[in-house]
Write a protein that binds this ligand. Structure first.
Ligand code: ADP
Ligand code: ADP
Length: 224
């Protein structure tokens, strides 16, 4: 079954059409990378899925629900990690996560925070102000925050941009673990062709259109 289904999505900013009929499908348990250069429309696509942006026409389905979503339909099904951290720099990881988790009324909040902090490898930084974390640690903390929703679908916008090679490896390892051990479906964006190999499937986007649906293996074979 598909956890994400986008059909013929169009969006304009003023007179400029930035999404020109996007089609994307993500199957449960898979990792799909939206690969394309800056300005291609990746962030805009994510903003439409997460309801931050309006759209002109097309269909957006998340976990069986269709935009416009009813109150709460996707709140517990969708987790998002934006390009820019949404954490409060003055507060510790623990404080940031506690504030966020109060949104989710489900059971055992505290143990959930601990579970996700451990999963993301942040036990030692738990009480550190977010402003003092490294780029990689901060990205992991943003991921931990998104996990508090106990989502089925996790969306990450440029998860490795701006990080050093070691932090990138750690983030990829974490994302794969989330797919394999937490059974999450993952949509991410990247403009690094060399990182696309981590995904199961690729949708190559440029100038607001999906140019190709392919796999890393196939892309490698044809780009030789
Ligand atoms: P990507 O994430 O692939 O780099 P974006 O989705 O950010 O691409 O941008 C797609 C296009 O939409 C670009 O031409 C960008 O300039 C334009 N755009 C993005 N946000 C806005 C906005 N708020 N107002 C006007 N144009 C925008
Ligand atoms: P609802 O429509 O249920 O009120 P929201 O509009 O608060 O839900 O958000 C919808 C979904 O988008 C949430 O499930 C959440 O995962 C994601 N989301 C929205 N804003 C943020 C944010 N700032 N940080 C992380 N995720 C967000």
């Amino acid at each position: 079954t598909a956890v994400l289904n986008i059909l013929n999505l169009h969006k304009n900013y003023g007179n400029q059409e930035v999404l020109k009929g996007i089609d994307v499908t993500l199957e449960a348990g898979k990792m799909l990378a939206l690969l394309g250069p800056n300005g291609a429309g990746k962030s805009t696509t994510i903003d439409v899925i997460s309801t931050l942006s309006s759209f002109s026409s097309g269909t957006v389905q998340v976990c069986g629900f269709e935009r416009p979503f009813q109150d709460g339909e996707i709140r517990v099904r969708l987790g998002i990690v934006f390009q820019n951290s949404v954490l409060d720099e003055r507060l510790s990881i623990k404080e940031n996560l506690s504030i966020r988790s109060s949104l989710y009324t489900s059971v055992k909040r505290k143990s959930k925070i601990q579970e996700f902090v451990r999963l993301c490898g942040l036990q030692e930084q738990l009480n550190q102000p977010v402003g003092t974390l490294s780029g990689g640690e901060r990205r992991k903390a943003d991921i931990a925050r998104a996990l508090l929703a106990s989502p089925q679908l996790l969306i990450l916008d440029e998860p490795t941009t701006g990080l050093d090679p070691q932090a990138r490896r750690q983030i990829w390892q974490l994302i794969k673990e989330l797919r394999d051990k937490q059974n999450l479906s993952i949509l991410l964006t990247t403009h690094y062709i060399e990182e696309a190999e981590h995904a199961d499937d690729l949708a190559i986007i440029s100038q607001g259109k999906i140019r190709m649906h392919t796999t890393p293996e196939h892309l490698k074979a044809i780009s030789k």
